[in-house]
Design a protein around this ligand. Structure first.
Ligand code: NI
Length: 229
């Protein structure tokens, strides 16, 4: 499931993050990539250990925590610490690749996280740069994604994807992975659809309607069946 998650950041959070990132120093993006993707990767990243990184990561995690749509779609079990990248100038693209299936939690020796869901949170407005589309290959063909600042796309970690060359301006984003309580994308999609329909049903017929109570129970029973916590 490829999903546009709108307004993850408030305008204040976005402005604060952009101010911090404007004064940040950037390093080679290849520092954190796997062997295949290192060949394709040509961008810059905020290096691990930078003093501004924990505050930026906390802002993103706080925003995710309060976002009901993100929670319903991702059903997060663990979220890897958000990272930040920049595509501009000569370091401006990332060719086709698949993200590593397993990543290590920084600072937590040997602890592994499965990357079920890839997330890109856009931090620059679309008119600030040319190019820079995130292109995700799925069964319907290539989806080209370029979202307003503060919005996020989530997509299955199994997808081949790339970032098109940025030919003007700078594309800033946060990117990270989620290990979901529900490993299967198909099951997550069904649960998300059911949850969204239930939400609309509650608005139209109310919380106390017997069928709404019953279907809410069915949702939770499916989640109980499929979730690992
Ligand atoms: Ni990637």
């Amino acid at each position: 499931m490829l999903l546009h998650v709108a307004q993850v950041l408030t305008p204040q959070e976005l402005a604060g993050m952009r101010e911090t990132l404007a004064g940040a120093s950037w390093g080679d993006g290849r520092a954190t990539s796997g062997a295949q993707s290192a060949h394709a990767k040509n961008n810059e990243q905020l290096a691990q250990g930078r003093p501004e990184l924990p505050g930026l990561q906390q802002t993103v995690l706080t925003a995710l925590n309060r976002h009901a749509t993100f929670f319903s779609a991702a059903l997060p079990r663990r979220i890897l610490p958000p990272m930040f990248n920049r595509y501009a100038g000569a370091a401006n693209a990332f060719g086709n690749h698949i993200d590593n299936a397993i990543r290590y939690l920084p600072g937590r020796q040997g602890e592994r996280v499965r990357t079920d869901i890839s997330c890109t949170l856009f931090l620059a407005e679309p008119d600030e740069y040319d190019g820079g589309e995130l292109v995700i290959e799925d069964t319907y063909g290539a989806q080209r994604v370029k979202l307003p600042a503060g919005d996020m796309v989530i997509y299955p970690g199994t997808s081949v994807h790339r970032v098109e060359p940025v030919t003007r301006g700078a594309r800033l984003a946060s990117f990270f992975w989620v290990e979901s309580m529900v490993r299967s994308d198909e099951q997550r999609s069904l649960l998300f659809a059911m949850d969204m329909h239930l939400m609309r049903l509650r608005e139209t017929v109310g919380e106390t309607e017997a069928a709404v109570i019953g279907l809410t129970g069915t949702y939770h029973n499916l989640l109980r069946l499929w979730a690992d916590v």
